[in-house]
Design a protein around this ligand. Sequence first.
Ligand SMILES: [Zn+2]
Ligand SMILES: [Zn+2]
Ligand SMILES: [Zn+2]
Length: 140
Amino acid sequence: MLNNEKIQEELKRNGFKLTSQRKAIIEVLMEHKDRFITAEEIHKKVLQKHPKTNFSTIYRNLESFEKINIIHKTNISDNASIYELVCNDNHHHHIICKKCGKTEIIDFCPLDNINNSLKSFKLIDHKFELYGLCDKCNNK
Ligand SMILES: [Zn+2]
Ligand SMILES: [Zn+2]
Ligand SMILES: [Zn+2]
């Protein structure tokens, strides 16, 4: 699990200063640990602490955070990316609620089997995500 200390370490290691805005973004992500949220949602929450933050700052920082593997980024619709703090150091996958972004970890990699059956390829990377409706959204 990535805690605050580890995140700060990663930022430092990659040459990022821990500005108060970056801190605020990370705080928002920490408050939504089991959920993917959009950049807009993150922006709204950060504005409560830093009223002058503009959206492009949020977006730029999220992109950098993704590059240094602090956050996961994915899409559930065509027009918006959603983000979550990387929740586990071990290789894992996610199921994500299409409506609210709630997520659960799938601690199992179905690609292992596929890898074994490849004849003339070496698998070097993959993405595997499941989408659904969480209990709450399903009962609405
Ligand atoms: Zn994860
Ligand atoms: Zn849901
Ligand atoms: Zn996998």
